[in-house]
Design a protein around this ligand. Sequence first.
Ligand SMILES: N[C@@H](CCC(=O)N[C@@H](CS)C(=O)NCC(=O)O)C(=O)O
Length: 223
Amino acid sequence: MTSTAKALKLYYYPHSGPSRIALLTCRYLGLDVQVINVDLGKKEQLSEEFVKINPQHVVPTLDDNGFVLWESRTIAQYLVETYAPESSLYPKNDTKKRALVNQRLHFDCGTLHWKVRHCAHPLLFFGETVIPESAKQGIRDVCALMEVFLKNDEYFAGHEITLADISIYCTLSSIVHTGADIKPYPLLSAWYKKMEKLPGWAENEEGCKLYAQRMWDKMTEPY
Ligand SMILES: N[C@@H](CCC(=O)N[C@@H](CS)C(=O)NCC(=O)O)C(=O)O
């Protein structure tokens, strides 16, 4: 781990979609953050130093002047509530709007992220060399569902970008870079293209490329 001092520290690994959710939220809000790389490939998360900070040893982990927090979407919510409470990223005054953002964040964490993991984990951790067809079907199913979510709204929780978009984008882009095709879903594809304007987009791309390469290194046939 390498570091230079700043109040806000983000323990981060670029391949990790959840890490990128926290980073892109910082970038969107223009926060001055010290990004500290924790190389999961080298198991740096298990170092005594990091486990002392986060006994669950996961990235992303935020350290805000001694206040330590993990879970990417919780970090994103905390950052908006603390540093930009008026931001439309996480609507404050309209409980219905905020509830919709929350629902989409839980959808990302509990559904989309798990579908992506179902593609990745057999290869990354269990010696498989081909993404199971059931996992690819899971991605198609969840894309079809997201197409429905976008039927009436330009973004995932209304007509403005919210944390839901950042979160879903960081998760989905990992598997798109690996080879999943979202062209059959026109609304999702159009939304995905719009996300190129996100602050920190290039950093997300960089991380996705590393993630995809790690997958391709294990794959004996294309996605
Ligand atoms: N739900 C968590 C997931 C965090 C997570 O599992 N991070 C992985 C990388 S994507 C990690 O740090 N794994 C290392 C470990 O469990 O030791 C979040 O959204 O932050």
